[in-house]
Design a protein around this ligand. Structure first.
Ligand code: HEC
Ligand code: HEC
Length: 268
């Protein structure tokens, strides 16, 4: 009985969600092309990963005319460590001398090896390359290190940022994703991030980001999703790639450790 009530509520929820996704608010709603793809069972995020991301991966750039593929493709295949890298970031990087995420690792290869000005973290190009690497890593289990001393420091700092109340409404990530978990906000279930929290089943959020967002009509990364929550909570958005965001990403992603990447996902 209880189960079917919940299921019913979920179905109503997703029907509403759908109506919203296809409503024609300019710039907000899904495009007709993407909606057509979606109806054929094709995730526009995968098309973006393969075409835009894969295209950039192969594209020679800079004074030496090198593409990512020039260095990272061996015998026609993207080398294993690059093809699975998405499962292990954020992690300590020797070149950076600190913990960085995959988006930032791409930037380092661009400046250090391709010798070009890196695509900014906000750019469609950086997101395309990132999404491509996450797409290649589909099926790899997330395994973010939280035990080395530096990773532990980031984990603790990430947890701190998660619990920090900010903005005019004095909200933290924790208020919505732990204290209010199981409740509904604007027709969406508030879920703990991770397998479960206090007996409430959660969402292994990091296994499906970057995701194509139907309401935004584009692919967003996990940090960009965090910014969406920050905006919704009336907070000043923390900058992409900042220590706070990388720590938050490491913390949230580690809660999905063990889950297989299903990237790019498809989200409202
Ligand atoms: C001239 C060769 C070269 C080019 C071009 C290059 N890289 Fe790299 N890349 C490297 C080397 C060398 C490393 C390893 C650095 C280390 O771990 O010491 C690396 C590391 C990486 C890693 C991290 C792998 C891991 O094990 O953590 C990723 C991801 C990556 N590159 C992606 C890219 C992408 C995407 C591009 C194109 C934008 C690119 N690289 C361009 C040489 C290159
Ligand atoms: C005002 C309440 C609220 C606050 C504060 C909030 N979120 Fe969210 N968050 C939501 C809602 C609602 C969703 C959409 C539900 C969904 O997609 O499962 C969501 C979705 C997410 C998702 C995607 C979940 C998934 O499975 O795709 C992540 C990750 C996330 N939030 C992280 C954060 C982080 C990190 C913070 C703090 C910076 C935060 N949220 C603050 C309400 C909130």
């Amino acid at each position: 009985m209880k189960k079917s009530v919940i299921l019913g509520a979920l179905l109503v929820g997703s029907a509403l969600l759908f109506n919203q996704a296809i409503s024609k608010e300019p710039g907000e709603a899904i495009s007709e092309e993407d909606w057509a793809l979606y109806q054929e069972g094709i995730n526009p995020g995968e098309v973006f990963a393969e075409e835009e991301g894969g295209g950039l991966f192969e594209k020679p750039m800079g004074p030496k005319n090198l593409s990512c593929a020039s260095c990272h493709v061996k015998d026609g295949e993207v080398e294993e460590r690059v093809a699975t890298a998405a499962a292990y970031y954020p992690k300590f990087d020797k070149d950076a001398g600190m913990i960085i995420n995959l988006e930032q690792r791409i930037q380092i290869c661009q400046s250090k090896y391709q010798e070009v000005k890196p695509f900014s973290l906000k750019s469609k190009e950086n997101t395309a390359l990132t999404t491509y690497l996450y797409y290649l890593a589909q099926g790899t289990k997330i395994n973010v290190d939280t035990t080395s001393p530096v990773a532990k420091e980031y984990y603790d700092y990430g947890r701190y940022v998660f619990t920090l109340k900010r903005g005019k409404r004095n909200l933290s990530c924790q208020v919505c994703h732990e204290f209010a978990a199981g409740k509904v906000l604007r027709m969406q279930w508030l879920k703990p991030l991770g397998f479960e929290y206090n007996g409430i089943k959660g969402t292994t959020a990091a296994d499906h980001w970057p995701a194509f967002r139907m309401t935004k009509n584009k692919v967003q990364t996990l940090q960009q999703r965090f910014q969406g929550c920050q905006k919704q909570a009336g907070q000043k958005k923390l900058p992409l790639g900042s220590k706070e965001m990388v720590a938050l990403e490491l913390y949230v992603k580690s809660l999905s450790n063990g889950a297989e990447l299903k990237t790019p996902g498809l989200r409202r």
